[in-house]
Design a protein around this ligand. Structure first.
Ligand SMILES: Cc1cc2nc3c(=O)[nH]c(=O)nc-3n(C[C@H](O)[C@H](O)[C@H](O)COP(=O)(O)OP(=O)(O)OC[C@H]3O[C@@H](n4cnc5c(N)ncnc54)[C@H](O)[C@@H]3O)c2cc1C
Length: 343
C-alpha cells in the first residue's frame, strides 16, 4: 500500500503543469493518463498575448506571458531542455483598415509591449499588405515537451498509463484501490463529462483539426498567421492549424475542415506542399472564457483544474501556480475562475 499527497488525473497541459508545481514543492504524486484523445498533444503550442482578430489583449495576458519564462526554466532544470521557441507571430494583414487598427491599438498601454509598429514583408508567403509582429509572442515545442515530460515522470515511477477508475475511489478512507491519497485533482479536459463528481461542470468541446505538411523550401522563421498558424516543426515538417468547431463531437477526421485548412494555406502559400498527417482533438472550453479551478462542493479532497480553452499553454502554466497556491496555502480563488460559479 502506497501513499501520495496528490493523484493527478490527466496528462495534458493542465495535468503536467500542475505536476511540475507539485514536484517543485516536494509533494508526492502519481499521474494517471489514459488513451483518451488530448488537445494538448496535437496543439500548436502558440503563446500569443494578442487576439489576432481584433488586435486586443485578454485578461491576465501580461501576467501569463511574464510567468512563462519562469516555469519553463524551472522545467529545464530537470528535463535539461527549455521548450520555448522564440519565433514571434507574424500576422498577415488582410486590408489597410487592419493596419490602421493595429497602429492605433499599438499606442494603448496594455498593447504597447506586444504590437510592433514597424511592419515587415515576409519573403516566403504572399503578404502584399505586409505583416504585423506580435512582440514577445512565442511557441512551445509541444512534441518534445510531452515526449520528455512523459519519459521523465515515467522513469521516476510517477506515471500510470491507463484510465483512472472512478469506481475504485473509497472517499471515506481516502483510498484509490490500495493507494492512500490526500487529494485528487481531475485535469481531464473534455472527458470531465464522464466523471461522476464533476460531470455537471459545463466544459464544452471545441474540435480542432490541424495538418502536418511537408514543404521543401524555406519559410520565414515566424509563426505565420493568416487564417491559421503556419510554422516549422523540424527540417521540412510544418504545422498548419487549427480549425474551430463547436458542433461535431465525433473523434473522426472531418473532410470539411481538412478542406478549410487546405484552402487557408493555399491562400498565402503558393508553392508545392504535401500533407503528411491530419490530426484532430478537442479544446476544453467554457462559455465565460475563464478556466475552472477549485473543489467539489461536498468532497473536500476532490478538485478540478480544467477549461483552459484555446490557450492551454498560457492558462495552464499560470493557473497551475494559482491552483497550487490554493491547494497548499489556501489562497482564495478569484470568483470568476472558481468552480463554485457553477454550483
Ligand atoms: C488543433 C488544436 C490547436 C491548439 N493550439 C493551441 C495553441 O497554439 N496554443 C495553446 O495554448 N493551446 C492550443 N490548443 C488548446 C490546448 O490544446 C487546450 O487548451 C489543452 O489541450 C487543454 O489541456 P488539458 O490538459 O486541460 O486537456 P487535454 O489536453 O484534453 O488533456 C486531458 C488528458 O486527460 C486524460 N484523461 C481524461 N480523462 C482521464 C481518465 N479518466 N483517466 C486517465 N486519463 C484521463 C486524457 O487522456 C488527456 O491526455 C489547441 C488545441 C487544438 C485541438
Amino acid at each position: 500500500m502506497g501513499q501520495v499527497d496528490y493523484i493527478i488525473v490527466g496528462g495534458g497541459f493542465a495535468g503536467f503543469f500542475l505536476a511540475h508545481q507539485l514536484q517543485k514543492n516536494n509533494k508526492s504524486f502519481l499521474i494517471f493518463n489514459g488513451e483518451q484523445i488530448s488537445g494538448s498533444h496535437i496543439s500548436a503550442g502558440v503563446c500569443n498575448p494578442v487576439i489576432l482578430k481584433r488586435f486586443s489583449t485578454f485578461w491576465k495576458s501580461k501576467e501569463q506571458m511574464d510567468y512563462l519564462e519562469t516555469i519553463f526554466s524551472e522545467i529545464e532544470s530537470y528535463t535539461g531542455k527549455n521548450y520555448i521557441i522564440h519565433e514571434p507571430v507574424a500576422r498577415i494583414f488582410h486590408d489597410e483598415a487592419e493596419k490602421k487598427q493595429w497602429l492605433k491599438n499599438s499606442n494603448k498601454e496594455d498593447l504597447k509591449p506586444f504590437l510592433e509598429k514597424d511592419f515587415i514583408t515576409l519573403k516566403s508567403v504572399e503578404n502584399p499588405l505586409e505583416s504585423g509582429i506580435v512582440k514577445n509572442s512565442c511557441r512551445i515545442d509541444v512534441e518534445n515537451f510531452f515526449r520528455d515530460m512523459f519519459s521523465y515522470f515515467d522513469t521516476k515511477g510517477l506515471l500510470i498509463k491507463g484510465s483512472f477508475d472512478y469506481n475504485s475511489i473509497d472517499l471515506e478512507n481516502s483510498m484509490y484501490n490500495d493507494l492512500k491519497f490526500q487529494n485528487i485533482v481531475f485535469c481531464e479536459g473534455i472527458h470531465t463529462k464522464d466523471n461522476p463528481y464533476f460531470s455537471l461542470v459545463p466544459v464544452l468541446p471545441n474540435k480542432g483539426h490541424c495538418l502536418e505538411v511537408k514543404i521543401d523550401s524555406n519559410i520565414d522563421p515566424y509563426i505565420i498567421k493568416k487564417k491559421h498558424f503556419l510554422f516549422a516543426l523540424s527540417d521540412n515538417r510544418f504545422y498548419y492549424g487549427g480549425t474551430y468547431d463547436r458542433f461535431d463531437q465525433s473523434e473522426d477526421i472531418n473532410p470539411e475542415f481538412v478542406e478549410e485548412l487546405e484552402t487557408g494555406l493555399q491562400a498565402f502559400y503558393k508553392k508545392d506542399y504535401s500533407i503528411s498527417k491530419v490530426k484532430t482533438a478537442f479544446r476544453a472550453t467554457v462559455d465565460d472564457r475563464r478556466p475552472i479551478l477549485g473543489t467539489h462542493p461536498k468532497f473536500k479532497n476532490l478538485h478540478i483544474f480544467n477549461g483552459l480553452g484555446a490557450r492551454g499553454v498560457l492558462n495552464g502554466t499560470y493557473f497551475s501556480k494559482v491552483m497550487f497556491d490554493y491547494l497548499e496555502s489556501e489562497i482564495k480563488l478569484d470568483a470568476e475562475i472558481d468552480v463554485k460559479r457553477f454550483y
